[in-house]
Design a protein around this ligand. Structure first.
Ligand code: MF3
Ligand code: CO
Length: 250
């Protein structure tokens, strides 16, 4: 399927969806502390989304059983919230969250330290975020999509981290996942040309150790095969005539 170019009206709705989601993330961040269960984070996020009159788009997506993906330490993405999974000092936790506003989706993820974490993990979180910003320097009309992928890979390669290859970014619109797929690692092709009105979720998933991942028996939770921690940073962005607009930041 082709990459959809959104109309001004659609862009306004996606922008609004994304701003509301950014507010949800800001609020969820305040919950991150030792002793909180991943289920409590999910339940609060679910309530925040519904109180805005919106719908959590992850809940029941291909059968995913929660509204917020909460992924701790070696869990890369799609961790399932659990009342018995209690955050501990020194953990890192990724919150991936999205919502639907008037039919339009948004999608964003952040990784946080729980209490005091090691400098090594601080750096993993920071460089994962930085790689997103390196990537979107290329997110300009007239450039090609995989320039974003290559920029993320080039930036991360200096640290010796593993870039997850089994999951990728994507278009966002009236569906959570639209074309195109957006890898976070070097591509041999240029990919499609970027055009104003494309709305894209760029989401590097970066492992402290090797890139390989596996799925737990719940068939959702993606973990680093070597058991080392992983970070995730995602925003939905808009391609414009000039600089990209990061829609899921306040
Ligand atoms: N941000 C996640 C992604 O793009 C959304 C996952 S929804 C879930 O993969 F339902 F699969 F968890
Ligand atoms: Co996404």
């Amino acid at each position: 399927m082709a990459i959809l170019i959104k109309s001004e009206r659609e862009i306004d709705l996606i922008r609004k969806s994304c701003k509301l989601l950014a507010g949800v993330h800001e609020e969820l961040k305040t919950m991150i502390e030792p002793g909180v269960s991943t289920k409590e984070i999910n339940d609060y996020g679910d309530k925040l989304i519904r109180d805005l009159g919106c719908t959590p788009n992850f809940l029941n997506y291909n059968g995913y059983p929660a509204s917020i993906c909460v992924s701790v330490n070696e869990e890369v993405v799609h961790g399932i919230p659990n009342a018995h999974h209690i955050l501990q000092e020194g953990d890192i936790v990724s919150l991936d969250c999205g919502l639907i506003y008037k039919g339009y989706h948004s999608d964003a993820a952040r990784t946080y330290g729980v209490g005091k974490i090691t400098p090594e993990l601080e750096k993993l979180i920071e460089e994962t975020k930085n790689s997103f910003f390196e990537g979107i320097k290329k997110a300009k009309a007239g450039n090609h999509l995989f320039e974003i992928s290559n920029a993320i890979d080039d930036y991360i390669s200096q640290f010796g981290y593993g870039i997850v290859r089994d999951l990728v970014g994507h278009g966002v619109g009236t569906k959570l996942h639209e074309d195109p797929q957006i890898p976070n690692f070097r591509q041999p092709r240029k990919g499609p040309k970027l055009q104003p009105g494309m709305t894209l979720a760029i989401e590097p998933m970066i492992n402290l150790g090797r890139a390989d991942v596996e799925w737990l028996d719940d068939d959702w939770t993606v973990v680093a095969e070597d058991g080392l921690p992983s970070a995730h940073y995602e925003n939905t962005i808009l391609i414009t005539d000039g600089e990209p607009e990061i829609l899921t930041l306040l």
